[in-house]
Write a protein that binds this ligand. Structure first.
Ligand code: HEC
Length: 252
């Protein structure tokens, strides 16, 4: 067998091995890891192949032969057809990955909330319920700020691990979650929402989305079991206060 052929088979074999180990383990290796190993495999094989004069010459000859020797017309055509197809496959795979990454970073979908939810032993009409502490912002600034401070304490105890210390969705668990935790920063996140919507999401969590089909794999907990109604509203006030956002007002 010629050396270049051995080289190609070694690379292909190594790739198959990486894929197979993923299948055996029950989870595919991340494509970035596979790419990294493959780069090492190619470089190492090239080094072995070109470590002897003969090997280097044979490799160069086979490349030159491919484009000058008329006898290898068939091989040449095969290579010229296969290369673009492989390039297309690699690029489209990379592009698909990128797009899903962007989707997680920004464009958060907000599924329609239910009309009412029952929690804390009563019914909340989501079209009209308001944050009971919001008015304090105008009437009693000191009390308002004390409640925001309470909300901050709750946030850093309960939410920070996923939603992050900067409220940017980059908490220490974020990398393991799909869908990832939502960022509350920027003018295109909670600023687009009424507080009642946020209340629903905090109280019912990912499970609340379940019946609506979307995001049934969400790790967002249903906080009604852990936090009192007042605590939820205080935490929501902190989310807006910290990020400098205003809740979207009801259209009058
Ligand atoms: C275990 C991780 C985790 C913890 C802890 C957590 N969240 Fe979440 N949260 C998520 C994930 C994941 C999403 C995105 C999926 C979804 O919408 O359900 C999310 C979504 C949300 C949303 C919806 C935002 C939107 O724009 O639709 C709100 C609001 C929210 N979280 C508030 C909180 C608050 C407040 C706390 C703390 C009391 C908290 N979360 C704790 C994981 C978490």
């Amino acid at each position: 067998m010629s050396r270049p052929m051995k080289f190609i088979l070694t690379i292909a074999g190594f790739y198959a091995l990486l894929k197979a180990s993923g299948l055996l383990a029950g989870a595919q290796l991340p494509s970035s890891v596979v790419a990294m190993y493959m780069i090492f495999a190619v470089l190492t094989s090239l080094m072995v192949l070109t470590s002897s004069q003969d090997g280097a010459r044979e490799l160069a000859a086979s490349f030159i032969g491919l484009f000058s020797d008329t006898r290898s017309l068939k091989t040449r055509v095969t290579v010229i057809v296969i290369m673009p197809v492989m390039a297309y496959y690699l690029i489209s795979a990379a592009v698909t990955r990128d797009v899903s990454g962007i989707g997680q970073a920004s464009g958060v979908m907000h599924p329609g909330p239910p009309l009412t939810i029952s929690a804390y032993g009563k019914e909340f009409d989501l079209a009209s319920v308001e944050n009971p502490f919001r008015a304090l912002e105008r009437t009693d600034r000191a009390r308002f700020e004390a409640f925001v401070k309470d909300g901050e304490t709750i946030y850093f105890k309960r939410c920070v691990h996923c939603h992050g210390a900067k409220l940017d969705g980059a908490g220490q668990f974020a990398a393991f979650l799909n869908p990832g935790p939502v960022s509350f920063r920027g003018s295109d996140t909670i600023a687009q929402l009424q507080e009642s919507y946020v209340f629903w999401r905090v109280v019912k969590g990912g499970r609340g989305l379940g019946a609506r089909g979307a995001k049934s794999t969400s790790a967002m907990p249903a906080w009604e079991e852990e936090l009192s109604e007042d605590d939820v509203w205080k935490t929501i006030m902190f989310l807006y206060d910290f990020t400098g956002n205003r809740p979207r007002a009801w259209k009058k």
